[in-house]
Design a binder for this molecule. Structure first.
Ligand SMILES: Cc1ncc(COP(=O)(O)O)c(C=O)c1O
Length: 400
């Protein structure tokens, strides 16, 4: 059956408005569409394809597991899930893992666990969740309400309660909100969707101190920053702060849907049998792929390579900007990078994305004013250079 982008409008719910071309094949950091046109992929499926497309280690893990056992549900456990959980706990602060299927679900589990922990330990009144404006935590009704963009949670009826927001990097505002009623603070260690915004040097430490002072749990949403994206397995390692609960997804599966919530043994105790669950969470196919991704991403070579690529991207983008002056800031960490448009181009990030696609390079936006780059963590230098050369052509067209 021949399908086209026009077919999409006839058969799909209109909540997405995808690009006009349809990709059909990918290899490494290159993608081809139905017409055979080639693209360099700086989008990486929104920070997911951390080893590019069809990495042999992932293909092998998937086909090997696919010939053994696909699905059981959590009525039974399985070897890939236990092995992956062992690797995650050995490599992080965490002692216990809960598997889900997406970032939103990992965060949903984190929030429910925090509420249950607070109820068990401190009673009903300790239920306040504080998060940050511009934060993004997923689209379930709880996570989208905790997210800091009301436009995404408005219009669906009564929202989950006891959720407050303060500005990111405003420690005084956080302190003013916090009390013994605070159950948890949820934050991204670098805001992705909100515009690629880094925390100030002492902000995260300050958040940790306030959580300790008021007996609240600190939840790091590392769905976008995690699994090597910022040059360490998780971003918290570089911030000198350890969360109580961490949510991981996106790069964790490298393109196979999986999410994970990581926490300590003492906190995990509060999700007793029957309190939470998922039919697919910990699915053997997903966990086998994620284990293969872990084995590659957690190496010094790959993590050091992320920092090298960050430098290359930032230097080349700065050079391009010397010629066109379209950016007022080039920022981010590792391969979660953002270029904020200068005032003349306010609100036009999507024009750059579209022009990029025309020139054969896929980029993302993070809000109306930031072009975002989240390529494969192992993208070859030649692809970075070729992709940025194409992006420069796109810039030239937008400027003209
Ligand atoms: C920080 C963060 N948290 C949660 C999510 C939601 O993840 P998912 O779309 O897999 O539910 C995202 C997705 O962009 C994200 O960037």
């Amino acid at each position: 059956m021949k399908v086209t982008r026009a077919t999409f409008n006839d058969v799909m719910v209109p909540n997405y408005n995808p690009a006009s071309m349809i990709p059909v094949k990918g290899e490494g950091s290159r993608v081809w569409d139905q017409e055979g046109k080639e693209y360099i992929d700086f989008a990486g499926g929104i920070a997911v394809n951390c080893l590019g497309h069809c990495h042999p280690a992932m293909v092998n893990a998937l086909t090997e597991q696919g010939n053994k056992l696909w699905h059981l549900s959590n009525v039974f456990t399985n070897e890939p899930a236990i092995r992956l959980a062992k690797k995650l706990t050995d490599a992080t602060f965490a002692e216990r893992v809960y598997f889900a299927n997406s970032g939103a679900e990992a965060n949903e589990a984190a929030l429910k666990l925090a509420r249950r922990w607070a109820l068990d330990n401190h009673g009903e009144s300790k239920n306040q969740i504080i998060a940050f404006t511009k934060g993004f935590h997923g689209r379930t009704f709880f996570t989208v309400t905790v997210g800091g963009q009301p436009a995404y949670s408005d219009g669906f009826g009564p929202k989950p309660g006891a959720i407050e927001h303060v500005d990111y990097n405003d420690l005084a505002a956080l302190e003013a909100q916090m009390s013994e009623k605070t159950c948890a603070v949820m934050m991204e260690p670098l805001q992705g969707e909100g515009g690629v915004i880094s925390p100030d040097a002492d902000f995260v430490k300050g958040v940790r101190e306030l959580c300790d002072k008021y007996n609240a749990l600190l939840i790091f949403d590392e769905v976008q920053t995690g699994f090597g994206r910022t040059g360490s397995l998780y971003a918290y390692e570089q911030l000198g702060v350890t969360p109580d609960i961490l949510a991981s997804a996106k790069s964790l599966g490298g393109g196979f849907p999986i999410g994970a919530m990581l926490t300590t043994a003492a906190i995990a105790e509060h999700l007793k049998p029957g309190t939470h669950g998922s039919t697919y969470g910990g699915n053997p196919l997903a966990c086998a792929v994620a284990e293969a991704v872990f084995d590659v991403v957690s190496t010094d070579e790959v993590l050091a390579g992320v920092k090298e690529r960050e430098e290359l991207f930032k230097n080349k983008l700065a050079e391009i900007n010397e010629r066109y002056g379209v950016f007022k800031d080039i920022r981010g960490k590792g391969l979660l990078l953002g270029a904020e448009l200068s005032d003349d181009y306010t609100g036009k990030a999507r024009d750059f994305l579209n022009a990029g696609a025309d020139e054969g390079v896929m980029v993302l936006v993070a809000g109306p004013n930031v072009v975002r780059f989240t390529p494969s963590l192992i993208i070859p230098e030649a692809d970075v250079l070729e992709g940025l050369a194409r992006f420069e052509k796109a810039i030239a067209k937008v400027v003209a």
